[in-house]
Design a protein around this ligand. Sequence first.
Ligand code: SF4
Length: 360
Amino acid sequence: MTKSNPQPSFLAAALLTWYPRHHRDLPWRHTRDPYAIWLSEVILQQTRVAQGLPYYETFLAAYPTVQALAAAPEAEVLRYWQGLGYYSRARNMHHTAQQVVSDHNGRFPTTYAGLLQLRGVGPYTAAAIASFAFDEAVAVLDGNVYRVLARVFGLHSDIAAPSSRKEFQALADQHIPAATPADFNQAIMEFGALQCTPAKPDCLFCPLQQQCWAFQHGQVALLPVKSKAKASRTRYFHYFVLRHGEQTYLRERREKDIWQGLYDFALAETTVPELPPAELLRHLNALGASLDTSQAAEPSATYRHVLSHQKLEARFHPLALAQPLPAATLRDLGLRAYSAAEIEALPKPKLIDNYCNQNL
Ligand code: SF4
C-alpha cells in the first residue's frame, strides 16, 4: 500500500466535512471490535444495510465473540444465514472464526497484511477491519468507492476488470489521511451510498461539484464504466418431496455446486423445463420408492430463483410413500426422514424454505 498524505486532500477534506452531517447511525460504526466489524462487513457484502441489520444483530446476539462463532455447529450458522444467499460466504466466515481461534489465539491480526492471510478475507474486508479497528491508513474499495473515484477523477477503466483495482487502490490510498483513515473510509462509502448514487446522484448540492470531472464534463451518467456480467444459464430442478406419514425425506447437499451444506429434497435436473413421465418413473424406480397411489398429488407450480450467474426453475412433486425408503437409498443419496419441526430448524435455500412454508 502507498503511504497516505499527511495533509488532507480536497477529496478527504470535502468527505470529512460531509460525513458527520449526513451519515446514517449504524451499530457497527460504534465499535472498534474487529470481530463485530468483520461480521458486519461479511453480511453487508451480501445485502443492503436495511436487510443486513437484523442479520448482524442476530449473529452478534447468538455469537457475541469469535470463540462462540467458532464453536457453533455449521448447520446452525447456515440456518442463521438463511435468506442472505451465497452460502459459501457463511461457511468461509465460520472457518475464519475457527482459524482466528486456533491459529491466532482468538485475536484478529492487527494489520492489513495479517488480515489478508485469513480465509475468505479479501482486500476490501481486510482494509475495512485494519482501518476501522486498528487505524491503518489503507483505503477500502467497494462499488460505492469505485463510483465516486471514477466520477470525481474521470477514470474510464472498466471497474469489473480485475486489472482496474490497482489504479483505483493507488488513487484512494493517495487520498486517505494518515490521521483519520477510518473516518475517510466510512465517509467515501457513505457518500457513494447516499449522495453520489448510481442513478440520480445529488450533484446539485454536492460539495465536490467544482472538482468533479464527470459533472464538469457532463459524463455523470456514463461513469463508472462497467462491462456486463456474463449471461446466466437456466437450470431446471425437479424435486421429489417424498413423504411417509408425517415424515419427509431431505438430504444435505454435499456436491461442489450451489447451496453446499444446505438441505433439499431428492432431485433430478434437466436442461429443459419438463420432466417427461417416463423419466419421472425411472427416477422413482431408482429410489426404490413404493408409492401410495391413493394420495397422488399434482406437481407444484414453478418456483423461480435468480442467483448471480444462474436462473433456477424448480417444480416439486409431492409423493406419498406406502413404505419408508429402503436403507440402501438413504445411504446412497444421503436422504433422511424429518418431522416438520426438524425441517424448520434445518438450513435451507430460500426456494426450498418457501416451498416448505407453503406446503409442509
Ligand atoms: S458532482 Fe455528482 S457525480 Fe460528482 S461527486 Fe458529486 S454527486 Fe457524484
